[in-house]
Design a binder for this molecule. Sequence first.
Ligand code: ADP
Ligand code: MG
Length: 698
Amino acid sequence: MALSLSSKVDQLHGVGPAIHKRLQRLDISTILELLFYFPKKHDDYSDVINITDASPGSAITVCGEVTAVRKRQSWKRRFSLTEITLRDDSGSLNIIWFNQPYIANQLKKGDRIYASGKVSNSKKYGQQMNNPMFEKYKQTTTHTARIVPQYSLTKGITQKQLRYYMRQALDILGEETLPDWLPEDMLDTYDLQTMTSAVQLIHFPDTWQDVEKAQYRLGFDELLLVQLFSRATRDDIASQQATSVPFKGQLIKDFVAALPFTLTQAQRKAAWDIIKDMQSDHPMNRLLEGDVGSGKTVVAAIGMYSVYHAGLQSVLMAPTEILAEQHYKTLLQVFNYTDVSIGLWTRSLRTSNGKQHAMGVVNSDSQHSIMQCDIIIGTHALIQESISLKKLGLAVIDEQHRFGVRHRKRLREHSDNNSTTPHLLSMTATPIPRSLALTVYGDLELSILNELPAGRKPITTQMVSATPQRSAMYSHINERLLAGDQIYIVVPRIEDEGNDKAESKDTMASITSEYERISKKFPEATIAELHGKLKAAEKQRIMQEFVSGKIHILVATTVIEVGIDVPNATMMIIENADRFGLAQLHQLRGRVGRSDKQSFCYVCTDGEAERSKERLDFFTNTSDGFALAEFDLESRGPGDVFGRQQSGFLSHFKMAKLTDKVLVKATREAADTIFENITHYPDIKTRLDHFIKQVHLE
Ligand code: ADP
Ligand code: MG
């Protein structure tokens, strides 16, 4: 029976039940799905050269005859060696594979093969090639002598296997065409590859131009979908009713005047954006972006105060209980001179009007009384609970960029005035450059706080790359500890991983190794570990103890939350800082500098690479989060700008270069054209509807 695109992958040669299971882990069960499993990158081994021309360091391919095969076992060091000699017209070369004894059975004297890899040169062994990819000589190669695709793998599947399956899948595609959701005239207008051609080229391109053409087409699809999503969401929200919140100029003025500080220009502008949006009887959908410490909470408070005067409630939702408590305290102060009632509703703390109930003794009355408050603060989980609000006017969400329409609907259902949709304000401390935000969050209006309140002491930032600097840093830590200050130490990973790669001198710090090192250095200090593998309650207990000052040094991964406010913490130490994006480093640095004491940040690196030093150097001299994000966006792409937690939506972009202005403009234009006439594009409509559903489930 001939295979087709809808056949299961276990029909392919070489895919047995075990491999089938592993492919399913990659969400691949049909040939079609396999074809849409794109490489994460390509390596260029297309340069086939004479053996005598091989120079150390660069990726090359040699082609020749095997003249000897040797197998060796080193018992002492527990590894095996397969060694061959390869000869071409120009000379011969030794090739060695470590711990792949089976290769000795695959190759024999007289075989003609390609080998792709890097040549190294040592005094002891002379010129040799280590662990290259190889394949027998043939017209069309798969693993060597070409631009070779590299896929993300799962345990038990190798690049070689995956490429072998992909070749078969592409042969099957040879007789069919892939369905294309874009009409032909659009392919013409935007000079795009057909879907079939794009898929063929992305796996086995002949040139880098092929790679680019394929990426452009596939990226076009991704971005077009998101642009259409933004349009659809905007239209959907514009069609809903909200309660208009009148602007009461004098009341707002008085409120602002009573604040213990003067608003920045950026805060004024953002507050005004919000007030104007909420005057409409359609819901606001706005993202407030501002660096750590830029004062987003008070901007939101101005919005909530307006809502209060319209006789409506506001909810404020934070990612963790500690942050919710922090917001609660802040808002108690901000609203101190007003009649606004404020309630806190989290799993462990339920309180209002300064009255606190321990968990478990909250009776229905107190739930009722909290839900009657003008402002209710909780975690993101608040919407999951069976709460019953009175008259919800505004929902503020901290540190969640996009709030699903589904969540919004849910919130609305919690409220008695459920014929209207609440206004929505999302807040984030991730400094996403405007251009990028407009592309990725095109469904949201944008307000940016790009200035810090006056009088903030800049955090002194220093790079530590040599031993004397490290010693100085440790004495500085000691000094701060003696003064009663607290310290964060951030490391890139939790555990030490056994290092089997013989040549890698990896010295990446882990929680385990760092905790040990610091405990020895500062035996008097109370030190705690904090990382993602701890239970939520445990994490919270530790964080709570750090907040209360019981813990002096916190050795943590990046889980320490954005926005956490421990004024007594004045030092942030980041080990292996070159592993982090600049925007992420900046957010970590923002955990300190929260009092009038001078704060310090040390970025430690053992990396010799000039490039990483250059980046860190830029970091030590720049306190503007947007400038740092821009820098990373240019040099490392958007993944680093968003950081790991917020990259959910970014996972939709596997191919699209979000910084490609031509692509962004073309897809926006195409989205507009399509949207005006969406019924003419049934395939696009189907795909869009599916995508909307998917995003709302996130
Ligand atoms: P973030 O944007 O990181 O959420 P917050 O809203 O927590 O920042 O504000 C950080 C601190 O700065 C708070 O203590 C707040 O009261 C204070 N603050 C806010 N705006 C100003 C201002 N214009 N001048 C001085 N301090 C301000
Ligand atoms: Mg905040």
